[in-house]
Design a protein. Structure first.
Length: 398
């Protein structure tokens, strides 16, 4: 069975919430349903225009505002924060299936962090748990008084901070809120509803759920892509799941045509052709995506499917960057048409656009430029800015 590239793109974008018009309600049960459809939303601290999780939701529902996500996380408790491939917000009803990750991380992280930090952080576990139990939520700034700290930086973790992170990663603590981007931790049983935090599914049930849910959200995928989606099961477990489902007739093999015409073998549901034909043609509206958008998280897959080569250059020295520090992909219809370097200067009320690079073969005629500028105006308002300014020579060649 073959999936032509245009059909595969439509199905993939439909599964990622990018094939329908960007409209609709974006709070409460409606926002939760969108996040459940995506599976999770990655969080990130960089705030060049807005934080990654906010941009991901805004690109699908322009009515979205960050307070609506905060409500689900910190008051309704219908979401929780933990790890998939990276830190993410995840529907709380998925929480029981994170028990497999907690169990596996207990030994894995203890060994890895012991090599990095030394054994001291393990001696802080009971002290931290007792402190939280008696005093309530804490941040890393409120523990570890008197402990040695380095000169700063991402990995400047004192033993008590390391213990906090470890206890969160293995499920003993949960993030109860953030202030700015600082996490506050509390006992899991005080954060999540008992129906979520007391249920421990059998390992086989979680493997089946994780693989099944990943494939539903991807439309088609290799075993490796299925394993990487939630990063909860191993590649070997995903391969075994695919083989068993294929033998039972629950999956079929498909050849997915790449943007360059080359086929790639993947797994899908037997009704994939009907599902793909039912997927709408994405609207022509231009959308600016987060660099961490679910549709782009797997850079290699995005390049195969859309012919769009994207690498974030945050950690590349400035002199060696090809584009910029934090450059946003731009989607139009079912095509990634370019990337844009912009930054919100909120004090001045200005969204400043340094450069836009169209992809090869993308004609930036008046209509497309108008659609891009309309999206920039929407983005400016979302970022708390009053206007968009364009640097001299901002429109680059492809």
């Amino acid at each position: 069975m073959a999936l032509p590239n245009p059909v595969a793109r439509r199905l993939f974008l439909q599964r990622h919430g990018l094939a329908e018009s960007p409209s609709g309600p974006a709070r409460g049960a409606d926002l939760l349903a969108l996040i459940e459809r995506l599976g999770f939303v990655q969080v990130d601290s960089i705030n060049t225009v807005a934080r990654a999780h906010d941009l991901i939701l805004f690109s699908r529902r322009p009515a979205y505002r960050p307070a609506a996500l905060k409500q689900l996380l910190e008051r309704d408790r219908t979401l929780f924060e933990h790890w998939t491939h990276d830190a993410s917000v995840i529907p709380a009803r998925f929480y029981p299936h994170w028990q497999i990750r907690f169990n596996r991380d207990r030994a894995r992280l203890a060994e890895r962090w012991r090599r990095w930090q030394g054994p001291g952080f393990e001696g802080k576990f009971e002290e931290i748990l007792d402190h939280v139990a008696r005093h309530g939520p804490v941040s890393s700034a409120e523990v570890g008084a008197g402990e040695a700290r380095g000169s700063g930086g991402w990995w400047d973790w004192h033993p008590s901070k390391t213990a906090l992170e470890y206890l969160w990663r293995v499920g003993r603590l949960s993030v109860t809120r953030r202030e700015g981007f600082r996490k506050f931790y509390d006992l899991t049983e005080r954060v999540l509803h008992p129906r979520h935090c007391t249920l421990v599914p059998p390992q086989a049930a979680t493997i089946d759920w994780a693989c099944d849910a990943a494939l539903d959200r991807l439309g088609f995928a290799t075993a490796g892509e299925i394993a990487a989606f939630f990063a909860t099961v191993t590649p070997a477990e995903a391969r075994d799941w695919c083989a068993a489902a294929l033998a039972q007739g629950d999956l079929v093999e498909v050849l997915v045509e790449g943007a360059d015409g080359s086929p790639r073998r993947a797994f899908s549901r037997p009704d994939v052709l009907q599902a793909a034909s039912a997927a709408p043609v994405p609207p022509g509206r231009v959308r600016i995506l987060s660099p961490f958008d679910p549709a782009l998280r797997d850079r290699a897959r995005a390049e195969r499917l859309f012919g769009f080569s994207y690498r974030i250059e945050v950690f590349v020295p400035e002199a060696k960057r090809r584009y910029g520090y934090y450059v946003f992909p731009v989607l139009e219809g079912d095509r990634l048409i370019g990337r844009i370097d912009m930054k919100a200067w909120r004090d001045a009320g200005v969204l400043r656009v340094r450069a836009f690079w169209p992809e090869a073969g993308v004609d930036m005629g008046k209509g497309r430029c108008a659609r891009l500028e309309a999206e920039l105006n929407r983005m400016a308002r979302f970022a708390g800015c009053e206007r968009v300014d364009f640097a001299s020579g901002w429109a680059r060649g492809g």
